[in-house]
Design a protein around this ligand. Structure first.
Ligand SMILES: [Zn+2]
Ligand SMILES: [Zn+2]
Length: 262
C-alpha cells in the first residue's frame, strides 16, 4: 500500500503570522513528484526543509496574495538556481488568469507580463476541473478534482485521491457552502479553513467559522478534520472548541511541519 502524506508548510490565515507562513501544504505520494497546494508568502522557504523545490507540481486554490505570492520565487529557483536544469516544465494549475497574474507578479517592468512557459506548464481549473498526476511508472498516482467554492475571487476546493483511494480534501478559502460538503463527502482528511469564531459581524461569502468548519466535516462524514487558515488575531482554541461541538471525530489545528498519513 502506497501512503499519501500531508505536511503543513504554512497555515496562517490571510497573511503570514509570527510562527507560520501563509497558506501552503505539501502532499507526497511515493513514486510521484511532490505536490504543493497553495504557495503563500513564506511557503517556499518552508518547502525547502522537506523537499527540493525543483520538480514540485503546484496547485492553487485561488489567486489571493496569501495563497500564491511565493510562486514567482519558485520560478527564480527553477530558472537560476544551482540545480536548475532549464527543463523544469512542471504543472502549475490554478484559476483562470493564473499565467497572467503570476506573470505580472514576476515581471521586471510596469505593465510587463513574464512568460512562464520555460518553467511551468500552466493549466486552469475552469478548463480542466479534473487532473491526473502521473507517477514515475507512468500510471495515474493522484487524481485531483476541483469544485468552485464561495469566496470573492474565482476559488476552488480540491479533492486529491491517491491510486489506493485515500482522499484529502482542501477547502481553499470559502464561506460555508454545499459544494464543499459534496466535494468532501467521505474524505479521509478534510483540511478546512476556519478564519474566525461564530460570533459578531461576519461578512457573507468570505470565510468560515469553527462552527461552520465542524458542521461541514460532520455533514460530509469525513475521517479527520484539520483546521487551518486561522489568522494571527483569531483565538485558535476557540475555533477548535466550536468545531468540536459540531464534529465528533478527531480535530487537529494545522501548524508548520505537522505531518499526517492520509
Ligand atoms: Zn486566504
Ligand atoms: Zn482568499
Amino acid at each position: 500500500m502506497v501512503a499519501m502524506f500531508l505536511t503543513v508548510l504554512g497555515s496562517s490565515g490571510s497573511l503570514g503570522g509570527p510562527s507560520s507562513p501563509a497558506s501552503g501544504y505539501l502532499v507526497e505520494v511515493e513514486g510521484c513528484a511532490p505536490v504543493v497546494v497553495d504557495m503563500g508568502p513564506g511557503v517556499l522557504g518552508a518547502l525547502q526543509r522537506h523537499v527540493s523545490p525543483e520538480d514540485v507540481t503546484v496547485l492553487l486554490s485561488h489567486l489571493h496574495a496569501d495563497h500564491c505570492l511565493d510562486v514567482p520565487g519558485l520560478l527564480v529557483w527553477r530558472r537560476y538556481g544551482p540545480e536548475a536544469t532549464g527543463a523544469g516544465v512542471v504543472p502549475l494549475i490554478g484559476p483562470s488568469g493564473t499565467a497572467y497574474r503570476i506573470g505580472v507578479a514576476s515581471s521586471e517592468e510596469p505593465g510587463a507580463v513574464d512568460d512562464l512557459t520555460d518553467t511551468f506548464d500552466v493549466r486552469t481549473w475552469d478548463v480542466t476541473p479534473q487532473v491526473e498526476l502521473r507517477g514515475d511508472d507512468g500510471e495515474v498516482a493522484v487524481t485531483v478534482r476541483a469544485e468552485r467554492v464561495d469566496h470573492p475571487p474565482e476559488s476552488y476546493g480540491l479533492r486529491l485521491t491517491s491510486r489506493e483511494g485515500r482522499t484529502l480534501v482542501y477547502s481553499g478559502d470559502t464561506a460555508y457552502c454545499e459544494s464543499l460538503v459534496e466535494l468532501a463527502a467521505g474524505a479521509d482528511v478534510l483540511l478546512c479553513e476556519a478564519s474566525w469564531t461564530h460570533e459578531g459581524e461576519r461578512p457573507p461569502g468570505m470565510h468560515m467559522s469553527g462552527t461552520e468548519a465542524g458542521r461541514t466535516a460532520a455533514r460530509a462524514g469525513v475521517g479527520r478534520l484539520v483546521l487551518t487558515h486561522i489568522p494571527p488575531w483569531t483565538d485558535r482554541d476557540a475555533v477548535r472548541d466550536e468545531a468540536a461541538r459540531e464534529f465528533g471525530g478527531e480535530i487537529l489545528l494545522a501548524e508548520p511541519d505537522l505531518r499526517l498519513t492520509i
